[in-house]
Write a new protein. Structure first.
Length: 459
């Protein structure tokens, strides 16, 4: 009796070769992204440290350096690469929207020129004393690197432009914060909004390579240092959740203000944009002159201080200082993001709020404030929570941070149902004439996966 042959599930040689050809560009792009991100992080930190040094030694110098830095940064964007101004995440979202058809407009959003202008323009901004971050810009730079590799790989094999951009943004965030899981979650929750089965290989491989190279050079560091905490009683979680709901609402109001001022600025004539950038610089200089170093830089040092000196009294003025400093820097048109500054604002509000509740653990409230305020800006609660956990290794308070994220998300939606990044990306798409009001969420069509099987992905 002849039995039927058992089907072989081993991938054929041709299938392995095909998969290798399609995954290799992700590896190459992720490696380049990691190296550029490391270089960017170092020159950004150098710029930040020298700004602290110069301006603390000569506070009056801020009235020269800040207006000049914001003017140069905004003019670099305005005259060389208009879509380099601001954060970078809205540009990536817009690029994903139009990437399916490989639109020529992609060059304006994530071209090589954008990468160079973004990198040096943001460093100039912070070198002069601007309150801005490099994390959003890193995503745009990484997406640009992946897109450039995809264009050059077309002679070998056809890749999906959207998948490359999405994987690039995930690798960018992972290398910027040393948060691999956060990069994956952000790509799915904020950028793609699709089932992970559609993008798993592209995103996972890119984050893996970028993460390994980043850690090989910088070590397996924690962005904010290790914070060992234990969750408190249920009543404290309830107080935290209610307070963080309000913090999420404040984050939504803050981002809505950025959007409205950004729309107003975009309608100004070029000469008035120059005047406005100088005015914002003078406002930021005045703030620094009377408040001090808390008004400049990305805010990372502020967060570390709040976490390590939890017994110190936290004034509400610290939160207003960080908020106003980032606000005037961003609306000036300078290059730089709101991601890290949002974390510092939330940390300050959380630290201040903890003083209102007897027995509250100030460190937990600082972390909760970071999660809540960032959620209010991005409307990505899971990403916010995972990022803070990975940056501090504070898994003992995961339930506290989950509650903070969920309550902040709900209250922020009552303030404004649309996130800051979505507002800005829609404005960019309108300016490019590419906004499709009926567009569906991103579903890449040809993401490199393992050889197909008969099993369908489960929802």
């Amino acid at each position: 009796m002849k039995f039927p042959e058992t089907p072989s599930f081993r991938p054929t040689l041709s299938a392995v070769q095909s998969f290798s050809i399609r995954i290799l560009p992700y590896w190459i792009a992720a490696g380049l992204t990691a190296l550029i991100s490391i270089f960017y992080a170092r020159i950004f930190r150098w710029s930040e440290e020298h700004a602290f040094e110069w301006l603390q030694a000569h506070p009056a110098l801020a009235f020269i350096t800040l207006p000049l830095a914001l003017l140069i940064s905004s003019q670099l964007a305005s005259r060389i690469a208009p879509f380099a101004s601001g954060s970078g995440i809205p540009q990536v979202m817009a690029a994903l929207e139009i990437g399916k058809n490989d639109s020529p407009a992609l060059k304006s959003l994530i071209g090589v020129r954008i990468v160079l202008v973004k990198l040096f323009g943001s460093c100039i901004s912070v070198l002069g004393g601007g309150a801005t971050g490099r994390e959003g810009p890193t995503l745009q730079i990484a997406a640009g690197v992946f897109h450039a590799i995809e264009k050059r790989w077309r002679k070998i094999a056809k890749l999906d432009p959207q998948s490359m951009i999405l994987a690039g943004s995930a690798a960018g965030l992972a290398s910027a914060f040393n948060t691999p899981l956060g990069g994956v979650i952000f790509a799915v929750e904020e950028l793609a909004k699709v089932h992970i089965s559609h993008v798993r290989t592209a995103v996972f491989h890119s984050v893996l390579i970028a993460g390994i190279l980043t850690q090989a050079v910088l070590g397996n560091y924690l962005y904010l240092g290790r914070v060992t905490l234990e969750s408190g009683p249920l009543i404290n979680k309830i107080y935290l959740a209610l307070a963080m709901a309000l913090v999420g609402g404040v984050g939504a109001l803050f981002s809505l203000g950025l959007v409205r001022f950004g729309e107003w600025r975009s309608q100004l004539a070029e000469k008035w944009k120059i005047v406005f950038a100088i005015t914002c610089g003078l406002l930021a200089a005045t703030l620094f002159y009377f408040v001090g170093a808390n008004a400049i830089g990305s805010g990372r040092d502020v967060i570390v201080k709040l976490l390590t000196e939890s017994g110190e009294k936290v004034p509400l003025a610290l939160a207003f200082t960080r908020m106003l400093a980032n606000f005037v820097t961003y609306v000036s048109g300078a290059i730089g993001g709101v991601f890290a500054p949002a974390l510092s604002i939330g940390a300050a509000i959380g630290g201040w709020s903890a003083q209102m509740v007897e027995g509250a653990n100030a460190q937990i409230w600082v972390l909760g404030g970071m999660v809540a305020f960032l959620t209010g800006v991005t409307r990505s609660p899971f990403t916010s929570m995972i990022l803070v956990l990975e940056m501090t290794d504070s898994h003992g308070v995961i339930l506290d941070l989950m509650m903070a994220a969920i309550f902040a998300q709900g209250f922020a939606k009552l303030v404004d149902p649309v996130s800051f990044y979505e507002h800005v990306s829609h404005r960019m798409l309108r300016s490019l004439g590419a906004l499709n009001e009926t567009a569906h969420p991103l579903v890449p069509e040809s993401v490199p996966e393992l050889p197909p099987t008969s099993e369908k992905p489960r929802d």
